[in-house]
Design a protein around this ligand. Structure first.
Ligand code: ATP
Ligand code: SF4
Ligand code: MG
Length: 284
């Protein structure tokens, strides 16, 4: 339904050039549950925003194929909602047909687990979880083919997080709507996605069906992300394994494999300009 090839996003920063997205290719099939995973600063949000033509003042190149309406649910609902507009009106403003949307509003609110009275509330009168449900209702009111859920629950507590993700999953199934789920947590991908793209330093480093990637990750970065997921069955005093170091700056990506300064498997070729692909990843 939507295919992106060799997406590159660059910003001029004075005399320097920042290239946060360097070469990203992916597909979102009809009603597909696709995840884009990576640490903060890898270029996930920019990639998603570029799908909707929402990146400003950037040099963007790449091939886009397909025609899909896209709606977004972002991380922090309070920053996305208008604080002085009632929830119902905000939802209606997102709908292409205001009259039909007004008629359908109670049912739409119900579908996201909110009572009809929510329509008359201001955002500050709602909890974080309720605000995020309003955001989901706004996104659904536009009747998208693809819902981009960009870290939709980072601002919520763990119980509400699960409720909101379960909600997105169930409405997407009911409406045969595709979901692009953006997260840094590979643990959540197991439950909410079928196909995963792992992104590091503006590139996709590994992709595949979720069970295969989670049970047999090949790229050392994917392994690092998996090791960083807390597990219920690990001993209580076992420390969480973090990937050492941080994501480098898009103004100055390391030569060769951008992960080499952090990789415990790095070898001399990895930091060479002649580097092509990680030897641990087959078929990418
Ligand atoms: N408008 C912009 N101009 C210049 N640089 C930008 C712009 N937007 C984002 N960036 C830079 O691009 C990089 C990737 O940003 P992006 O928001 O896509 O990361 P992300 O993977 O979504 O991270 P997070 O998990 O923190 O949301 C960051 O280094 C960010 O500073
Ligand atoms: S290419 Fe080398 S440095 Fe990069 S992830 Fe693979 S082994 Fe590590
Ligand atoms: Mg982001």
């Amino acid at each position: 339904m939507l295919k992106v090839e060799h997406l590159r996003i660059a910003f001029k920063m004075g005399k320097a050039l920042s290239v946060p997205v360097r070469d990203v290719s992916f597909r979102i099939p009809e009603a597909g549950r696709v995840a884009l995973v990576g640490e903060s600063g890898c270029g996930k949000s920019l990639t998603a925003l570029a799908l909707g033509g929402l990146v400003e003042r950037a040099e963007i190149s790449g091939n886009f194929e397909g025609d899909a309406d896209i709606s977004y649910v972002f991380q922090n609902p309070m920053a996305s909602l208008d604080p002085v507009m009632r929830a119902g009106r905000q939802i209606l403003e997102a709908a292409p047909d205001a009259k039909a949307a007004k008629r359908d509003l109670p049912a739409l609110l119900e579908s996201v687990g909110l009572p009809p009275s929510t329509a008359s509330k201001y955002p500050c009168q709602l909890s974080g979880g309720q605000q995020q449900r309003v955001m989901i209702a706004m996104a659904l009111a536009a009747k998208p083919d693809i819902l981009v859920a960009d870290e939709p629950t980072t601002a919520l507590d763990v119980t509400t997080q699960k409720e909101v993700l379960d909600l997105i999953d169930s409405v997407a199934r009911e409406r045969a709507m595709a979901v692009l789920f953006i997260t840094h947590n590979l643990g959540l991908v197991a439950r909410y996605s079928d196909y995963v793209y792992v992104m590091y330093a503006g590139k996709i480093v590994e992709e595949g069906g979720v069970p295969a990637v989670l049970s047999n990750p090949q790229h050392p970065y994917t392994k690092g992300l998996l090791d960083a997921v807390p597990r219920l069955d690990s001993p209580k005093d076992a420390p969480l394994k973090d990937i050492p170091g941080t994501v480098p700056s898009p103004l100055d990506w390391p030569t060769g494999c951008a992960f080499h300064p952090r990789c415990d498997k790095a070898m001399p070729l990895c930091s060479s300009p002649a580097f092509v692909r990680c030897p641990f990843v087959r078929g990418h």
